[in-house]
Ligand binder design. Structure first.
Ligand code: PAF
Length: 272
């Protein structure tokens, strides 16, 4: 595995690659969720590029940019074990100049995640577009856990006619159901136990729907009842374009939850 820090190095290598390139953009602190994306990329492509870059433009003032977990050495080892070909680890000054072209995410970026983090997705799209420009991947891999991010990146690729195939990968969970997240390390053991109510409520909603329930109000009430002791930021039931719906439509529904545990926000969802 080669570790690259500059855009020139990566671009020079990219020019010589004529086969399929799979790209997994990350902010590091790699866990099994990232590993599943890298493994999928390894399976599908001749060359795999992973980037690790904690992107400042997607953090709002007061958010955890400085405290965001950084585990460079462990991350390098994981990438090596996963047989990544190139690990791109640029500095902020490599990725950004003083004055930048700004990307404006569409209106649907200001609901749900974007409502409490206005402008967050502008920063995500800006950095992902830069990374796509540098790596020019055939396939790029994103987790379904960040469902709104996945939807907006897919829309960007479509709207800007980028010749990149976006591959969406399943959520990876602990054996007790907790969705993996780099932020799980902030949870106390009590909070971690309480957090299990999130996936439990999603499973319960899934079971209700499997029995034939389609009324979104009833399903939401069941979820909220199970999570009644939690500080729930939102429960949303939307179609794959993130429009609110009244009835479940199979193969076109996502149920999303965000709950807060002290300063830690956990998100989870299921795709039906
Ligand atoms: O999902 C993430 O880790 C980040 O939002 C991404 C896509 C790497 C952009 O910084």
């Amino acid at each position: 595995m080669k570790i690259l820090k500059t855009i020139e190095e990566l671009q020079n290598i990219r020019k010589t690659i004529t086969s399929n390139v799979g790209f997994v953009p990350t902010m590091g602190a790699l866990h099994d969720g990232h590993i599943s994306l890298i493994k999928q990329a390894r399976k599908d492509n001749d060359i795999v590029i992973v980037s690790i870059f904690v992107n400042p433009t997607q953090f709002l003032p007061g958010e955890d940019l400085d405290a965001y977990p950084r585990k460079e050495e462990a991350d390098k080892k994981i990438c090596e074990l996963c047989k990544v070909d190139y690990l791109f680890m640029p500095k902020i000054s490599t990725m950004y100049s003083k004055e930048e072209i700004l990307i404006k995410a569409p209106n649907k970026s200001y609901i749900l995640e974007g409502l409490s983090r206005p402008g967050h997705f502008d920063g995500v799209l800006q950095v992902v577009l830069k990374l796509f420009g540098i790596t020019q991947p055939t396939n790029a891999y994103f987790g379904k856990k960040d469902a709104q991010q996945l939807s907006l990146i897919s829309q960007m690729v479509k709207n800007l006619f980028l010749p990149i195939n976006i591959v969406s990968c399943e959520i990876v969970r602990e054996s007790d159901g907790l969705a993996l997240s780099s932020r799980n390390i902030y949870l106390s053991s009590k909070q971690r136990e309480e957090a299990l109510l999130i996936s439990r409520s999603l499973y319960s909603a899934g079971a209700l729907i499997a029995k034939g329930e389609v009324d979104v109000k009833i399903i939401k009430n069941r979820i909220l009842e199970i999570m009644r002791t939690l500080d729930v930021e939102y429960v949303a039931i939307v179609d794959r374009d993130f429009n609110e719906i009244k009835e479940i439509e199979l193969k076109n529904t996502i149920i999303l939850i965000v709950a807060k545990f002290g300063n830690t926000r956990l998100l989870d969802n299921i795709w039906l």
